[in-house]
Design a protein around this ligand. Sequence first.
Ligand code: C5P
Length: 215
Amino acid sequence: MTFLITAGPTREPIDPVRYISNRSSGKMGYAIAEAALDAGHDVILISGPVNLVPPRNAKFISVWTSDEMFGAVHQFADSSDICVLCAAVADYKPAQVSPVKIKKRNAEFSLELIPTRDILQSLGLQQDRKFLLVGFAAETDYLEANATKKLGEKNCDIIVANDAHIGMETDENELLILFCDGETKKISRAPKTFLACELVKIFSNSQQKRLTKKM
Ligand code: C5P
């Protein structure tokens, strides 16, 4: 099968030297890419800026902004079997990007932000999609409630939820997996490499089941 995986943060420019971003390390997405390759799948890895070496056998697409990630995902989603949107896409971007460095002044300064396009939701809206759609939810509170809401709103097949206090910038995570048929699965705290192997098995099985149901 072909896995499309997004990973890492996005950077939303303010001016030529500044941007808005977040603390995502990309480790979970890269671990899933490695695990999928090890299991014999093809991988398209679309990554924001991170300090990790891309897996050698993946088709690697490097992006910076949410708009670039949106474009790359839409270019390859329909030729993929499983889309795993693990990236921490910025939720807002500056309404305007200054073409020159904004000068420091001794006064308050506010920046107008507008929402970025939701890539996961845009794929969920595709009524006739053939691929399995997996989203991630990193939450600091009400993990299950927030993840359940996301599963519905973004119309995906699976949401993988994790506590942002445990998973951000670390090598470990603890996962709660929510399926669209109401099933849930918990995987206790473990290295991201181990979790990635479990996730790849779960995603491939779910896509196989989904395809058999549709036949
Ligand atoms: O709504 P929230 O950002 O918490 O949802 C997280 C999920 O949505 C992740 O799978 C993330 O990759 C995806 N997402 C996206 N595009 C955005 C924001 C989030 O694909 N603009």
